[in-house]
Design a protein around this ligand. Structure first.
Ligand SMILES: [Ca+2]
Ligand SMILES: [Ca+2]
Length: 358
């Protein structure tokens, strides 16, 4: 409830700020961030059907500058916004604005579909699909529960003036993708820094490197090549109690180019405190040390959380053109909800907090 009240206040504040801004600056919109939210759209990797040069027009705060195809008007048109890989904050709200120039265009409308991926390999999920959206109006969508999305997709089709077919081209004047301003504002935090880390290497490397938030510091968890490991090449992160987890991120070493062409195959397992067996959460995913060094894995459907107390990463294989690779992981993040300890007798949990990595 507190959050809702706060949200209402922030929405009012944002409206006030926006209106003040519009009244003094005419067509400029949202050059200032909305209260409690920050627009990360301009940091996205954008794919358009045509006219790469006009992409920046979608992020300049001006509804009279647009992205639009440069030569032919191909319908339908989809513009894809790949969110920055280092964004860990769930998306709360997306706003798309279009341009009309004068009153003769005020009945211009088109079908607008806002879709998203929860990670790079998922099918498109539909956030909002409107037939005949009026271009003079902003297209807004707010997630009920903010979620970590990897891509937003805007598909435009069927241009019309009122009810009649019209000849205008696909366009986006402004794209805004809002996430919480800071980690305190978000429902989700990286809980991994409080986990106790163990591995098959029996304390070989520096375990804190796995959860220090730094992709450059590696946890080499076994002093030797993969072929010398007897059994699984595993790393375990134990939170000490069941917590509500929405997603996991695993990062391997990142190189500009990899002369040895490492190819990792790994699985991730989870266990609740009452479980006796591991549940496979991620099955034989792949990664490398160049363009695919960081992977995020959603656990619940559509960003929902699931309860787990510990996770186990198993590196199943590392292919390499340069000998017998040593197993290493750069970073493991566990995104979930910070919750008060339910059981005051759970001394193990409090101990792990105090004595981690000693
Ligand atoms: Ca613009
Ligand atoms: Ca690290």
């Amino acid at each position: 409830m507190k959050r809702i009240v706060r949200k209402c206040f922030m929405a009012f504040l944002a409206l006030f700020i926006t209106l003040s801004f519009v009244s003094t600056h005419g067509i400029m919109v949202n050059a200032v961030e909305e209260g409690g939210l920050v627009d990360i759209a301009k940091h996205c990797d954008v794919t358009v059907p045509q006219n790469e040069g006009a992409i920046s027009n979608m992020f300049d705060g001006n509804t009279q500058t647009i992205w639009s195809p440069s030569s032919t008007a191909g319908w339908p048109a989809t513009v894809t916004f790949k969110l920055p890989a280092d964004n860990t904050k769930p998306v709360e709200k997306i706003v798309i604005r279009f341009k009309i120039e004068n009153s003769s265009q005020e009945n211009w409308n088109m079908d607008v579909k806002l879709g998203y991926y929860v990670n790079s390999v998922t099918d498109e999920l539909i956030a909002k699909d409107v037939k005949g959206h009026m271009l003079k109006n902003a297209f807004e969508f707010e997630f009920d529960e903010p979620i970590n999305i990897s891509h937003a997709l805007v598909t435009m089709a069927n241009p019309k003036n009122g009810d009649s077919q019209a000849g205008f081209w696909p366009q986006i004047a402004e794209m805004e993708i809002y996430v919480a301003d800071d980690d305190q504002e978000s429902n989700l935090s990286n809980l991994a820094s409080n986990a106790v880390i163990t591995s098959c290497g029996n304390g070989a490397g520096n375990a804190s490197n796995l959860v220090d938030g730094n992709y450059s510091s590696l946890y080499v968890f076994y002093n030797g090549g993969m072929s010398t490991i007897n059994g699984e090449a595993w790393v375990q992160a134990d939170l000490g109690r069941d917590m509500s987890i929405s997603s996991l991120e695993i990062a391997f070493e990142k190189l500009a180019s990899d002369a040895n062409n490492f190819g990792f195959t790994y699985s991730i397992y989870g266990m609740k405190t009452t479980d006796t067996d591991w549940t496979k959460l991620v099955a034989s995913a792949t990664a490398n040390r160049t363009d695919n060094s960081v992977n995020e894995h959603l656990l619940g459907v559509d960003g929902a959380t699931v309860k787990y107390s510990k996770f186990k990463i198993v590196i199943e294989s590392i292919t390499s053109t340069g000998g017998d690779p040593w197993p290493a992981i750069a970073e493991f993040k566990i995104f979930g909800k910070e919750e008060a300890v339910q059981d005051p007798d759970n001394l193990a949990w409090q101990k792990t907090y105090t004595y981690k990595y000693q």
